[in-house]
Design a protein around this ligand. Structure first.
Ligand code: NDP
Length: 312
């Protein structure tokens, strides 16, 4: 099975803000980091448009360009950036064995997991076609573009309520579309939504088509109880039906919560396995921002460096 064997001081899985920031720090600490970029090189930011909330870019930056900049900075200090997806791992002993693309085995003295999370989508063709043109999975990232306009949020959990209440401060009207007749969100979050005068909850409904040719101009809904269809005029369509952490290959080998988020010791990036650190969205379901991911990537590299230094 194995075509080549090598031992890497600091192996980083994932190439979003967490992975590349970890690489910048690890490379500058002479750990000769290797990054495997994963399925979506550059991570979730490569499917957003303008990023205006990352410090240091006063005029904003396109998400894909920002990730090119992250990569260049990591490479400038000697990071070895490789194509490839980690398909299985063995964390039972060090160096940790990681299999890439189901064939190449590499061994890691320290491992930084920065594999991120993926937004869940409804699976509509129109949702895919208009992604980035009115369809988004992140209100904090894209809400600003809908200032004074009407938008819809889909979902009934904490994320949907949080997104709806964030958008209610910017937008004229926010429709919260939920497939049942009660919200799953915590009472506090529900209360926040109910209090906002410009949020209207549309119960028992699912979107069947996002409307618009080049950009979103509406959504077609179906009432799941009556089968009745109706159209809402909106310009922004936010899907908030949950995220899936990209942690399946670590299942059963590392401590995770019930939703698959890797558990780190509070205030650190340490997992329950010495030498394995987790950063970014794979261990954070609350903040999920590029800047917080970058922050924990930095922490992971510093902790990996100290871990190796303590051993020597
Ligand atoms: P959740 O899984 O809690 O909620 C997802 C929501 O989307 C549910 O209401 C669900 O409906 C709905 N949904 C799922 N699939 C579909 C679909 N195909 N079509 C229509 N609706 C769908 O995810 P969240 O992202 O909201 O939260 C994830 C975790 O993160 C939770 O533990 C949450 O508490 C936590 N969180 C905490 C926050 C905080 O404390 N500030 C902020 C954000 C998240 P249904 O209810 O019918 O299943």
């Amino acid at each position: 099975m194995s075509e080549k064997k090598e031992t890497i001081r600091c192996l980083i899985l994932g190439s979003g803000p967490a992975g590349f920031t970890a690489a910048i720090y690890a490379a500058r600490a002479d750990l000769h980091p290797v990054i495997y970029q994963g399925l979506q090189p550059g991570g979730q930011l490569t499917i957003t448009t303008e990023v205006e909330n990352y410090p240091g870019y006063p005029d904003g930056v396109q998400g894909p360009q920002m990730m090119v900049d992250f990569q260049k900075q990591a490479e400038r200090f000697g990071t070895d950036v490789r194509w490839g997806l980690a398909t299985s791992v063995d964390l039972s002993s060090r160096p940790f064995k990681v299999v890439i693309d189901e064939k190449d085995e590499v061994f890691a003295e320290t491992l930084i997991i920065a594999t991120g999370a993926s937004a869940r989508w409804l699976g509509l063709e129109s949702e895919k076609r208009l992604n980035g043109f009115g369809v988004s999975a992140c209100a904090t990232c894209d809400g600003f573009f809908y200032k004074g306009l009407d938008v819809a949020v889909v979902g009934g959990g904490d994320t949907a309520c949080e997104e709806a209440s964030y958008l209610s401060k910017l937008c004229k009207k926010v429709y919260l579309i939920h497939r049942r007749d009660e919200l799953r969100a915590s009472k506090a979050m529900q209360h926040r939504v109910m209090k906002a005068s410009n949020i209207e909850i549309i119960w028992d409904s699912v979107p069947v088509e996002v409307l618009g040719e080049k950009t979103v101009d509406g959504v077609l809904l179906e009432n799941v109880k009556t089968g009745e269809k109706s159209r809402l005029d909106i310009e922004g369509f936010f899907v908030a039906i949950g995220h899936t952490p990209n942690s399946s290959i670590f299942k059963g080998q590392i401590d995770m919560d019930a939703n698959g988020y890797i558990i780190t010791k509070p205030g650190t990036t340490e997992t329950n396995i010495p030498g394995v650190f987790a950063s970014g969205d794979v261990q954070d379901h609350v903040f999920r921002q590029a800047v917080t991911a970058a922050g924990t990537g930095c922490m992971a590299a510093i902790q990996a460096e100290r871990f190796l230094a303590d051993e020597e």
